[in-house]
Design a protein around this ligand. Structure first.
Ligand code: SAM
Length: 365
């Protein structure tokens, strides 16, 4: 898609439905208008690389595997040479300018600001997002916790705030979490279900526990978050070979921490759907996302169902929990010969899907 303001050509990755398929927004344009291209720059949370293509020398802090793929594609598309050290997970102290696309979760913003305060406290920080996604409470907090604070006027529904000298408590970077059965599940800010067990995931686990089942073989927790689903099943069935994967780097780091804390072995991989977890699986468990940032979408779940169908063993099972209002039965039926409702309540449904008409014995009844 041609971006008139910058004369660049950008796409979305993964491809999005037409009504949301614009890889930049007015907040990107606002940042570009106010940022200084001469300064050594670090960019956070650039979902499709709209800022990266305008700052070819900048370092990128992207926690989402899909965002990294999108940025790579858009840099390549615009013939911007690839830099081997472009992706970073620590802040270089000589960084002068930091551009942040506001995340959905305020705790994640606080976490990044704390890292900035530790590693390059004098950097100029520009935070932008659509104004409906940056509530006044965030602004009040930023003003109270930063030595310098300037709020620019709203422009084409986008908000831009410039801050400096963040002074943020260490509490904002601590692991937090909950106990579930005998497990301790912690996570860094921004990870799904960080503070409480998700009620959909709980419904799935309780449903699986009620069934006469004996899981065996190779199991993947797809979109693992803190690892709740995979670790619970591994705890009950220690012989399982557990693989976990998530798009979020912080989720993967949190799951690794939980693997150690709970003494449960797992291969834990950062990636988009199952693209970085090769091989076949006997069981895939999934509570699929239905948001990408603030966009509500079913194409993420659909891609997970498609990729799972490619990587299930012939007798394998995909176990999915979903909100009842989502159109997943039709999406699942496109990929699987057998789609059964294992249990439902007024809010959620648990599906068991397989490629073969007759599934392996020894799994769900
Ligand atoms: C609804 S949460 C479930 C988390 C965890 N399984 C639980 O039950 O608490 C969905 C998870 O999918 C991850 N996710 C989103 N898009 C993904 C993708 N393309 N590939 C892999 N994981 C993805 C999110 O980061 C999030 O952790």
């Amino acid at each position: 898609m041609f971006w008139k303001t910058t004369k660049l050509d950008l796409i979305c990755y993964p491809p999005m439905p037409d009504h949301v398929a614009r890889p930049w927004d007015a907040a990107d344009e606002y940042i570009l208008e106010r940022a200084n291209p001469e300064e050594k720059t670090l960019i956070f949370n650039d979902r499709f690389g709209a800022l990266a293509v305008n700052y070819p020398e900048a370092k990128l802090w992207l926690e989402s595997a899909c965002a990294r793929i999108a940025a790579e594609k858009n840099l390549g598309r615009n013939e911007i040479a690839s830099q081997p050290d472009r992706w970073i997970t620590h802040i270089e102290p000589d960084t002068r300018q930091i551009l942040i696309k506001a995340p959905k979760d305020f705790e994640q913003l606080q976490f990044w600001l704390h890292l900035i305060q530790t590693d390059c406290p004098d950097a100029r920080i520009l935070i932008a997002g659509m104004s409906k996604h940056i509530p006044i409470s965030w602004l009040t907090w930023l003003e109270a916790h930063c030595a310098a604070y300037t709020q620019h006027p709203i422009q084409r529904k986008a908000r831009l705030v410039e801050v400096g000298g963040p002074n943020i408590s260490d509490k904002c970077i601590q692991l937090d979490g909950y106990h579930w059965e005998e497990l301790e599940l912690l996570a860094t800010p921004g990870v799904f279900g960080r503070h409480h067990i998700d009620i959909g995931s709980r419904f799935l686990l309780e449903t699986l526990a009620e069934q006469q089942l004996s899981f065996s073989g190779r199991l993947c927790d797809l979109g693992c978050g803190n690892g709740l689903l995979g670790f619970t099943l591994k705890h009950c069935h220690p012989d399982l070979e557990l693989v976990m994967t998530d798009d979020s780097f912080q989720a993967v780091e949190s799951a690794r921490e939980n693997s150690k804390r709970n003494h449960l072995d797992a291969t834990i991989v950062h990636g988009d759907t199952l693209l970085n977890t090769p091989g076949q699986f006997d069981i895939i468990v999934c509570n699929p996302p239905f948001h990408d940032g603030h966009r509500q979408l079913t194409n993420f779940a659909q891609r997970m169902f498609e990729q799972s169908a490619r990587q299930l063993t012939p007798g394998g099972q995909l176990l999915v929990v979903a909100n009842r209002h989502l159109p997943y039965p039709a999406l699942l039926k496109q990929q699987y010969r057998r789609v059964q409702v294992v249990k439902q309540n007024p809010k959620f449904i648990v599906f068991q899907c397989s490629l073969a008409k007759h599934t392996k014995e020894n799994t769900l009844a």
